[in-house]
Design a protein around this ligand. Structure first.
Ligand SMILES: Cc1cc2nc3c(=O)[nH]c(=O)nc-3n(C[C@H](O)[C@H](O)[C@H](O)COP(=O)(O)OP(=O)(O)OC[C@H]3O[C@@H](n4cnc5c(N)ncnc54)[C@H](O)[C@@H]3O)c2cc1C
Length: 663
């Protein structure tokens, strides 16, 4: 078979689905090649979307016209706004999801896309000609563990894993099928292979080849990426045991309720009408810690079987015990995986200790004395491509038309993956049209912060988002993501008519309310200024308005509660933002000074040797990005700026000019 598509996306995880849908919606004939279509948008770890930093990303994906916020709202079982005790700038919307419903909802959404074809196959080879991508070779059937990186790999911990997952049976059946090959011709490829590239899974002394529990790995694509000139390294991540709900004694745990009313993720939803389920909180104790300490040598992370790094901020339970020896207990959140399932995720005890240790450890926790474990915790090591090999568009520098996004670029988390997938899909489609890539600025979106961090600084562990990574977090709030990014989504052609109309109506209301609040005066201060006080509400500030204006404001508040509340937060932070203006202007000016990708830093006079080496490795696209490369000093930037002024005349600037991001 030889078929021609515009864009082929490899991998149906959280990155892949956003990439494929965005590309298809922007008019590209798109194929999504994925190992098992029934696992599309599967949550491999905790059944939850959002959180602090991550929730902001979901809102940004939604504002650009992406899928994740809509899918989360449609399939949530509990909503909570995290960080409410702090300022609204760092509030993090989060929901507990029905894991199976989420995946099914996304599958249906993709099936409804007319420009999108789903291909159930393994992508084994990237086809290139003269440094450009021209297609993807795919295979169906074949042996799941055929070319394992670990040589004599041992089998999965069969009977100990009580009861064995039916998914594993399916993977084994697939491995007995006959292999067939086909070439899909295309102009761009987005690789979103997650943890599947040469995946090696661990529980205690056992290890086996796999992409996720019960799923085959993708071993051949790594070789093809290397052949294309990409450097691959290894990272690891782990997950916790799943427990049968009926075996938990909830009377010994603390119930955690959702927010009433729930705050939806998507700007298209005013409310979500669901019955929320409870999660439960319990904690570990000294006896449990003792079990872990006594068996620490059997953990693959301590026995030397795993030598790669996992997320430092989300450590395994055994690492917590070693790192915090004096802590008498650690919280464990018991989170249902859905409405119609008895699977409960034990958030807080990710582990790859042997099964007998996990069993004692779990049963030592209050409420889990009689727990029946449905799946044991495990760790997985996998290949990833250090992201300094990518442009800010997420295209690789090595091969034109080849984009990478998600866990394969060194991140962890569904939200981080989805955001990169969305940007890679958008940029692949823009490149087809001959348009400049979309590069979001750091003062414009958490997505901009993340991608800039990845391509500028690289990673030494799986990267996850925190609000502390953003220097302009008062601007990058969950509540104003639509105002920041829906115009960008409109410009690239991803925002549909319904969202456009809703957005414009909301913006109209916000602008009108701002005019009202700024125009009326009370004792010399406008109501806008009064709103700087944290305790001041819009209703209270409106008392300072003439009656007709107050009435109009009350009507706007009733019709557009979300956008008007966001305006109140704007007013509250306006003083800080004004004070940051000078710094913002300086940064935007540096961002607009472009550096050529082919600039020879060794020929830039007076540049330090270290700066030459580092800039040659990262190849920043602007002076602003150059300043963020580790080891680059303001003095280096001055040298470069002087060189640019002269070099610009010699055509040494402006290779990647695109930046649709506008505030
Ligand atoms: C054990 C484990 C623990 C984790 N722990 C956490 C955690 O604590 N916190 C957190 O935020 N995140 C965690 N994650 C990570 C989270 O699952 C990922 O970050 C997220 O799913 C990444 O999305 P992705 O789209 O990049 O890849 P994935 O969701 O992994 O999807 C990859 C997709 O690519 C397909 N695929 C791969 N190779 C090929 C190929 N060659 N051909 C065709 N299809 C292919 C696969 O079938 C799959 O559909 C964990 C993941 C695992 C496996």
């Amino acid at each position: 078979m030889r078929r021609k598509f515009d864009i082929v996306v490899i991998g149906g995880g959280h990155a892949g689905v956003e990439a494929a849908r965005a590309a298809a919606r922007m008019g590209a004939a798109t194929a999504l090649v994925t190992l098992a279509p029934e696992t599309i948008a599967r949550m491999a770890c905790n059944p939850a979307v959002g959180g602090v930093g991550k929730g902001q990303i979901v809102r940004e994906i939604d504002a650009l016209g992406g899928l994740m916020g809509l899918a989360a709202d449609a399939t949530a079982i509990q909503f909570r706004m995290l960080n409410r005790s702090k300022g609204p700038a760092v509030w993090g919307p989060r929901c507990q999801s029905d894991r199976h419903a989420y995946s099914a909802w996304v599958r249906k959404a993709l099936a409804d896309e007319p420009n999108l074809t789903i291909v159930a196959a393994e992508a084994t080879e990237l086809l290139t000609e003269n440094g450009r991508i021209v297609g993807v070779r795919v295979e169906t059937g074949g042996d799941a563990g055929a070319s394992s990186p670990a040589g004599g790999v041992e089998g999965p911990p069969g009977q100990e894993s009580a009861p064995l997952d039916s998914e594993l049976g399916r993977a084994e059946k697939a491995s007995q099928a006959v292999r067939r090959q086909a070439d899909l011709r295309c102009d761009a490829v987005v690789v979103t292979a997650g943890t599947f590239l040469s995946g090696l899974m661990h529980i205690g002394e056992k290890r086996w080849s796999g992409g996720r529990y019960g799923e085959r790995p993708a071993n051949k694509l790594s070789d093809s990426l290397r052949a294309a000139g990409l450097r691959l390294e290894r990272l690891k991540t782990d997950t916790c045991p799943r427990i049968a709900a009926e075996s938990i004694d909830i009377s010994r745990c603390t119930a955690q309720q959702g927010d009433e009313p729930p705050t939806p993720f998507s700007f298209l939803n005013d409310t979500v009408d669901i019955e929320q389920v409870h999660c439960y909180l319990t904690e570990t104790n000294e006896a449990v810690h003792e079990i872990v300490r006594d068996n620490i040598h059997r953990s693959p992370q301590f026995s030397g079987r795993i030598e790669t790094f996992g997320p430092r901020y989300c450590p395994s339970f055994e690492i917590k015990i070693v790192r915090f020896p004096d802590k008498p207990s650690h919280q464990v959140f018991l989170e249902p995986e859905g409405r119609d399932t008895n699977w409960v995720y034990a958030n807080g005890i990710t582990t790859s200790l042997p099964v007998d240790v996990q069993e004692r450890m779990v049963r030592g926790i209050a409420g889990l004395e009689n727990a029946r474990v449905l799946r044991w915790g495990y760790a997985i090591e996998y290949d990833f491509a250090p992201p300094t090999q990518l442009r800010a568009s997420l295209e690789t520098r090595q091969i034109r038309g080849l984009y990478l996004a998600g866990q394969v670029s060194g991140t962890t988390g569904y939200e981080e993956a989805a955001a990169q997938g969305l940007i890679a899909g958008i940029n692949a489609a823009l490149a087809l049209r001959g348009d400049d890539p979309l590069v979001l600025r750091r003062d414009q979106a958490y997505i901009g912060v993340m991608i800039d961090d990845l391509v500028t600084k690289g990673v030494t562990e799986p990267y996850r988002m925190f609000t502390s990574r953003a220097e302009h977090r008062l601007l990058l709030r969950a509540d104003n993501a639509d105002r920041r990014l829906t115009p960008v989504g409109l410009e690239v052609g991803l925002v549909d008519e319904r969202r456009r109309r809703r957005y414009q109506t909301a913006v109209g209301a916000v602008e009108r309310a701002e005019t009202l609040l700024k125009s009326a005066r009370s004792g010399g201060k406008t109501p806008w200024k009064l709103l700087c006080r944290p305790e001041m509400t819009l209703a209270k500030a409106a008392e300072a308005l003439p009656p007709a204006a107050a009435e109009e404001l009350a009507r706007l508040r009733e019709e557009h509660p979300g956008p008007l509340e966001s305006l109140r937060v704007d007013a509250r932070y306006s003083g800080y933002v004004e004070r940051q203006e000078a710094e913002l202007r300086r940064m935007r000016e540096l961002e607009s000074r472009r550096l050529s990708e082919t600039l020879d830093y060794h020929n830039v006079p007076h540049l330090r040797h270290e700066a030459r080496e580092k800039l040659s490795a990262v190849r920043p696209r602007s002076l602003g990005q150059a300043l963020r490369v580790s080891g680059i000093t303001p003095a280096d930037i001055t040298v470069l700026a002087i060189h640019l002024s002269a070099g610009g005349k010699r055509g040494n600037v402006g290779s990647e000019t695109g930046n649709m991001g506008k505030m």
